[in-house]
Design a protein around this ligand. Structure first.
Ligand SMILES: C[S@@+](CC[C@H](N)C(=O)[O-])C[C@H]1O[C@@H](n2cnc3c(N)ncnc32)[C@H](O)[C@@H]1O
Length: 231
């Protein structure tokens, strides 16, 4: 069954309301990815991938990229805008689009199984967790725990707005929500924080761009081996 949020995302792509799309590779990816020291040929999962150019960058570094994206408009645009000619075939509930070392499963992330994804070594999340409404984020993280092996690390990029009353320590540290969602299963390292202030110099408004590196805690046993969530 298609959830309400899925309908909204599909409509976003139809209406071309895609301001989240970045027209260049994310500089924080290029800066922090090498620190993961992944072997060439490693398989990288990009959940809720849109038509992100970050996938082109990852593939260019010698990794096999596996994205999942709800909207066929996004997937088609990704391949055509990058002048790639993918092969398309049906894989259970998903349409698999594939060109060289880039595969995108078109369908619902929450319906994915481990078998759909195959081996995954690392997860790259930019605007995936944070694209979802807060009440779905726990399910997103639970689903991740079921479909990627516990050895997989996660590079998580977030954009966080300070809440009224937050101390500077809270604003610049690991967000409470990230701890609540991931600390049970992962060691959380905050690798980078970049503050961007609002245009008005009188305003205290600021946004923090953060890079988290999550490494699975050994034997947490968390979320593994259960069935995917069907909403
Ligand atoms: C904020 S965008 C981010 C896209 C990409 N990560 C980027 O950096 O450009 C979120 C994307 O997730 C997709 N999406 C939302 N819910 C999804 C779901 N349940 N399964 C698969 N994709 C989903 C949307 O269609 C949208 O393209």
């Amino acid at each position: 069954m298609t959830g309400r949020d899925n309908v909204l995302w599909l409509q976003c792509w139809r209406d071309r309301r895609t301001d989240f799309h970045q027209h260049a590779v994310n500089p924080l990816l290029a800066k922090f990815w090498p620190k993961l020291a992944l072997a060439q040929g490693s398989r990288v999962f990009v959940p809720l991938c849109g038509k992100s150019l970050d996938m082109i960058w990852l593939a260019g570094q010698g990794y096999a990229v596996v994205g999942v994206e709800l909207s066929p408009i996004a997937v088609r645009a990704f391949f055509s805008e990058n002048k790639l000619k993918p092969v398309r075939r049906q894989r259970g509930q998903f349409t698999l689009w594939q060109h060289a070392n880039i595969s995108i499963l078109c369908g619902d992330y929450f319906a994915l199984t481990q078998a759909d994804l195959g081996r995954i070594d690392t997860v790259y999340d930019r605007a995936a967790l944070t694209a979802l409404p807060e009440d779905l984020r726990k399910q997103y993280v639970g689903q991740l725990g079921r479909i990627v092996p516990e050895t997989a690390q996660v590079l998580l990029l977030t954009t966080e707005d300070a809440e009224a009353g937050d101390t500077l320590e809270q604003t610049l540290g690991i967000a409470e929500e990230i701890t609540a969602l991931y600390a049970e299963a992962y060691e959380i390292e905050l690798a980078h924080v970049e503050s961007v202030f609002g245009a008005d110099p009188e305003s205290p408004e600021r946004t923090e761009y953060k890079v988290y590196r999550l490494s699975a805690k050994p034997d947490s046993g968390w979320g593994r081996g259960s069935q995917p969530i069907h909403r």
